[in-house]
Design a protein around this ligand. Sequence first.
Ligand SMILES: Nc1ncnc2c1ncn2[C@@H]1O[C@H](COP(=O)(O)OP(=O)(O)OP(=O)(O)O)[C@@H](O)[C@H]1O
Ligand SMILES: O=P(O)(O)OC[C@H]1O[C@H](OP(=O)(O)OP(=O)(O)O)[C@H](O)[C@@H]1O
Ligand SMILES: [Mg+2]
Length: 283
Amino acid sequence: MKTIKIAIQKSGRLNEKSVDLLKKSGLSFENYKSSLISPVNNFPLEILFLRDDDIPEYVQDGIADLGIVGENVIAEKEVDVTYLQKLGFGKCSLKLAIANHSDINVLADLNGKSIATSYPVILNNFLQENNINAEIREISGSVEISTNLGLSDAIFDIVSTGGTLKSNGLKPFAEVMRSEAVLIGKNGIAKNPVVFELLQRIQSVLRAEQTKYVVMNASKENLPAILELLPGIKSPTIVPLATADWVAVHTVIPEKDFWDKINRLKTAGAEGIVVLPIEKIIL
Ligand SMILES: Nc1ncnc2c1ncn2[C@@H]1O[C@H](COP(=O)(O)OP(=O)(O)OP(=O)(O)O)[C@@H](O)[C@H]1O
Ligand SMILES: O=P(O)(O)OC[C@H]1O[C@H](OP(=O)(O)OP(=O)(O)O)[C@H](O)[C@@H]1O
Ligand SMILES: [Mg+2]
């Protein structure tokens, strides 16, 4: 199979999780901070370590076949690439924010005002869609400080916990887009067998991360009530225990309603519940 290239962030918010995902997908490679390209020893893939801003265009132009990057950066670069998979990390929003004491109350109040951002394209599109005529001041970082410095009336930047806004005396005003890290490919690459294989592996890791393997003991008397709580599972495994009329139930539970489900299983009579991480789920 012909070797293909994937571009990931060299350092920053997405680097570690991108490396982790590829390693969990069974790829063996060195993650030297000094090298910009790493061959994968056991898969026809090379990893390019880049600034995240460059990844969408590298993929669009086919310099890299695949890339892992935030949807925010893809939207800002307005590239034409294929979305292959949402990856569930690097979750954040792009928001307009204003000073706590600002006299801006509704979107129209932004008319004639200045807004500092590192995302001028996304902001400009949003302002145009809403017929707002504001001045965009492009700055490359530390956007949150610009209002305090008198450089702008509002800011437009990434918000996750909201901590950075808060510590700069700002409050969110409007959410313009949500973003997470995604796997993208150059158009047409989805048909490539190496990409197909890699995507299968990545999806098996993502599925496993959203699920826990759970083993619990129950008396046969309580079994129907317990099984009732495990919908969507075709057939939980039921193993007899040495103690008469007791069984062990093996099943998988989605992470998202995990505690709710566990509490209901306990109420239904499940005992000695053991929870294990799952490495991969291959369908
Ligand atoms: N606070 C956050 N929480 C969650 N995800 C975030 C956060 N900040 C940024 N991101 C996501 O991670 C991506 C990379 O963020 P980072 O701050 O590392 O970018 P950068 O400084 O532009 O990096 P580079 O040096 O590669 O250009 C962002 O484009 C966004 O998708
Ligand atoms: O809402 P919060 O959880 O506070 O996150 C938002 C902050 O996170 C990002 O910066 P980062 O910390 O990555 O630093 P950087 O801007 O120097 O890359 C982003 O640029 C915001 O400033
Ligand atoms: Mg960047």
